[in-house]
Design a protein around this ligand. Structure first.
Ligand code: EPU
Length: 302
């Protein structure tokens, strides 16, 4: 989708929104898959209500992009523009046990920064790629912890009311890879309350989690993390592995030989390849285990 109307282009500049024509989503996602579209980079949270009103009034469909690390985007030209927050400097400010974090902050860097200031709790999430906003929306979790446990307050743009709102942690439900945010809510900032812990101790936890991750996940390859959610009481990765499907491929879309719930782009995979592989595996698991696997990865326009 291309925005050419000079009135819109002028207004975007007034709102301090940078317009990048024909951005390649393959370059903005960890899977390295996806077509192109116009990218709107938002420098000020406060411009969001006016920006969204502008897009709505001019019938410009849009989607919000975080760090692109849990996302499979369709091939070809996208039928919508993509909105992304520009990371401010600094993106984390500490106040005692509270971390005030911008949604565009990198999750791993935020955890490390807090650790260096003797604030822990999130060691398990250290190797999870993506932004804090993305982790929040999905309630990212690993090694027995989830980000939702530490949330005190979230600032978000609510598409339904077209306003910026602040929610207390107890007004949000955080479940396994699911939250009560609406699909078109945009995370803007969060206040986390983190337990005090000496840096050395946090570092030890981080090292253990890093080691576990390195030994079981294909970290050097292009992936979106786990492709399916784990069904209650079971492991999607173990089921796919038990069916002997590691290394199965469609084009360059391939099931990792290290962890069967990671589907990697081994070269120039298309969204079509990846989705065929996903559908094939879902069908096989359904047949053998009677379980319908649900996507963990978010799919756009495919
Ligand atoms: N297993 C196999 N073969 C495989 C993969 C796993 O037999 O190919 C077995 C393991 O040996 C283990 C069990 O399955 O006994 C569970 O595996 P693992 O510990 O790797 O955890 P997982 O359930 O596959 C979940 C999350 C990961 C997270 C890890 C660590 C989901 C869908 N996945 O994986 O999160 O990093 O636990 O806590 O919840 C993600 O969300 O994208 C993600 C990668």
């Amino acid at each position: 989708m291309r925005i050419r109307d000079p009135r819109i282009v002028t207004r975007l500049a007034e709102l301090d929104v940078e317009l990048l024509h024909g951005a390649a989503l393959a370059d903005l996602t960890s899977l390295g898959i996806g077509g192109s579209t116009d990218l709107l980079r938002i420098k000020k949270h406060e411009s969001l209500p006016d920006l969204l009103n502008l897009l709505q009034a001019n019938h410009v469909p849009h989607k919000f992009l975080g760090g692109g690390s849990n996302l499979l985007v369709g091939d070809g030209e996208l039928p919508c523009a993509v909105l992304q927050l520009v990371r401010p400097e600094p993106d984390v400010v500490l106040d005692g046990n509270f971390a005030h974090v911008d949604a565009a902050a990198d999750l791993g860097r935020m955890i490390t920064f807090c650790a260096k200031n003797d604030l822990g709790g999130m060691e398990g999430l250290i190797g999870v790629p993506g932004t804090v906003g993305g982790a929040l929306r999905m309630n990212a979790g690993a090694y027995g912890m989830q980000i939702g446990s530490y949330v005190r307050e979230v600032k978000l743009y609510r598409a339904a009311s077209r306003t910026i709102e602040v929610l207390r942690g107890d007004q949000i439900s955080f479940e396994y890879r699911h939250t009560s945010f609406a699909p078109d809510d945009m995370m803007l900032a969060v206040i986390l309350k983190l337990p005090s812990k000496p840096f050395k101790e946090i570092l030890q936890g981080i090292r253990i989690c890093n080691e576990k991750r390195r030994s079981s996940q294909p970290l050097g390859q292009k992936s979106a993390g786990c492709i399916f959610k784990n069904p209650p009481g079971a492991s999607a990765g173990r089921m796919i592995d038990e069916l002997g499907l590691k290394s199965l491929s469609v084009g360059d879309a391939q099931i990792s030989d290290r962890h069967a719930n990671f589907f990697v782009n081994a070269g120039h995979a298309t969204a079509k390849d990846m989705l065929m592989l996903v559908a094939d595996v879902r069908e096989r698991v359904q047949k053998s285990y009677g379980v319908s696997l649900e996507n963990e990865v978010v799919v756009w326009n495919a």
